[in-house]
Design a protein around this ligand. Structure first.
Ligand SMILES: CC(C)(COP(=O)(O)OP(=O)(O)OC[C@H]1O[C@@H](n2cnc3c(N)ncnc32)[C@H](O)[C@@H]1OP(=O)(O)O)[C@@H](O)C(=O)NCCC(=O)NCCS
Length: 219
């Protein structure tokens, strides 16, 4: 009888342990002795547009280089004008490779009918004083705005961060980019500070940048 009791207890413990670490779209893997969540591919259908969100793979490098260049020319919300700070295919291969190896980084793409429509990338570091936080950047091509791609990319990134014990997610956003600010606020990000006259845009005026952050109290 004691033996049976021990077996049942052990089974319950294993099931508890297992379900605690597995959720519907992430798998826990062993890497460098640590456990971390890997984001799995997810399919969406919003307003008649079907798309997939998945981790970037090295084969995406060429398209990502093109998409980033296009994104830089579509708005003035990023730091670069079109063509500045160009990252070519090999540059993206390196980034994707490193992100896949590093527990503190995540690179997700949104794919519409085989074409990359947008991406989100978070990066952290291994310094003991700051390894609890990551900063992210996000971009969706204009023709795909309004289909929830930005929202779903961010949702997946937050799920990954929360599952991996990341306490803080931060970002910088142009103060006039209210669509993005609202999106971040809807996920619990708050304004932490304002960098005055941080950007000089093509109209000759200076613009403020907002620093926003979201803290996961449970981490
Ligand atoms: C900001 C950005 C990522 C949002 O992506 P998106 O796929 O268009 O956004 P979504 O369709 O997921 O919509 C997210 C929210 O934005 C708002 N929104 C969407 N379309 C909008 C529009 N036409 N006008 C105003 N707000 C809009 C809504 O609040 C929406 O949330 P809701 O659906 O719950 O109402 C995208 O516009 C973008 O890449 N812009 C250029 C680059 C950029 O600004 N990056 C961020 C730098 S910090």
């Amino acid at each position: 009888m004691p033996f049976l009791f021990k077996r049942v207890t052990l089974q319950v413990w294993i099931i508890r342990y297992y379900t605690h670490f597995i959720d519907d779209n992430a798998i826990k893997e062993s890497g460098g002795g640590e456990y971390f969540m890997r984001v799995e591919q997810q399919d969406f259908m919003v307003k008649g547009l079907s798309y997939t969100i998945r981790p970037a793979v090295e084969e995406d490098a060429k398209t990502l280089s093109e998409v980033r260049l296009k994104l830089d020319g579509e708005t003035e919300t990023f730091d670069r004008e079109k063509g500045e700070g160009y990252i070519d295919e090999s540059g993206f291969r390196k980034i994707i490779h490193e992100d896949a190896e590093c527990n503190h980084n995540l690179f997700l793409v949104a794919e519409v009918h085989g074409k990359i429509a947008g991406f989100i990338r978070a990066a952290g570091n291994n310094l003991k004083r700051t390894s609890h936080r990551v900063e992210f950047g996000i971009g969706v091509l204009k023709e795909y705005w309004g289909y929830g791609i930005g929202k779903n990319l961010l949702k997946e990134l937050i799920r990954w961060a929360d599952s991996n014990g990341i306490r803080k997610i931060t970002l910088h956003v142009l103060e006039t980019n209210q669509k993005a600010v609202k999106l971040y606020e809807s996920f619990g990000f708050i304004v932490e500070g304002i960098l005055r006259d941080d950007k000089l845009l093509s109209d000759g005026n200076y613009y403020n940048t907002i620093v926003m952050g979201r803290i996961n109290e449970k981490s």
